[in-house]
Design a protein around this ligand. Structure first.
Ligand SMILES: Cc1cc2nc3c(=O)[nH]c(=O)nc-3n(C[C@H](O)[C@H](O)[C@H](O)COP(=O)(O)O)c2cc1C
Length: 190
């Protein structure tokens, strides 16, 4: 079965989760393509479309929230501390690298905009997000699922992955959980 995992990221953690989901699905026999949302729509319709993004202001990112996040994004591959941005959204000081180095790229296209261009061809889908581990964190996975349903997709699963800080890292064990979820998804559609 063919799976495409599409992700949005500013700091790199949602990409880490996307890659782990893909690893798990490949281990279960799926053929998986992983795409950054900034690369646009995929040409082929997979058997399962998996869409994930960071949680911003309890839901999907907006141009504003991506701009806020990008102001504070570390250069790709850097491992630096510092930076205060988004304080009331819980963005901490523990940058962990792997983020974007181009604020314009980060703000122009997110899951929300990508979904707006998605056709209504049907097919199965699943959604995930990264979010903070507190009761008020909210999540992007639910609104992404709602939007996919509006685009005619049958959403068969939804999952969230928890961060220890606003720029990551992911909480211990979350990448293993993402791999296991990827394998489970492959099994659901096989
Ligand atoms: C402007 C802004 C608002 C945010 N709001 C929330 C929020 O409401 N709930 C939450 O759990 N995390 C929130 N966060 C933290 C993000 O969830 C976190 O930065 C993101 O999941 C990291 O994913 P990424 O590394 O793929 O960019 C916010 C971050 C920013 C920059």
């Amino acid at each position: 079965m063919e799976m495409t995992v599409v992700y949005e990221t500013v700091y790199g953690t949602t990409r880490e989760v996307a890659e782990a989901i893909a690893d798990g699905a490949r281990g279960a026999g799926a053929t998986v393509t992983v795409r950054d949302i900034a690369d646009g729509l995929a040409e082929r319709a997979p058997d399962l479309l998996v869409v994930g993004g960071p949680t911003h202001v309890r839901g999907m990112s907006t141009a504003w929230s991506r701009g806020k996040a990008a102001e504070d994004a570390p250069p790709a591959g850097a491992h630096e501390g510092g930076g205060a941005g988004g304080a009331d959204a819980g963005v901490g000081d523990d940058a962990h690298g792997g983020g974007r180095d181009d604020a314009d790229e980060a703000t122009s296209q997110g899951v929300r905009e990508w979904l707006a261009h998605l056709g209504t061809t049907g097919g199965k889908a699943a959604t995930f997000d990264t979010h903070l581990g507190n009761p008020l964190a909210g999540g992007a996975a639910r609104p992404i699922a709602r939007a996919l349903r509006r685009h005619g997709r049958d959403v068969i699963a939804r999952e969230g992955f928890v961060l220890d800080g606003g720029k990551g890292p992911l909480r211990a064990g979350e990448l293993d959980r993402a791999r296991a979820w990827g394998a489970e998804l492959a099994g659901l559609v096989a």
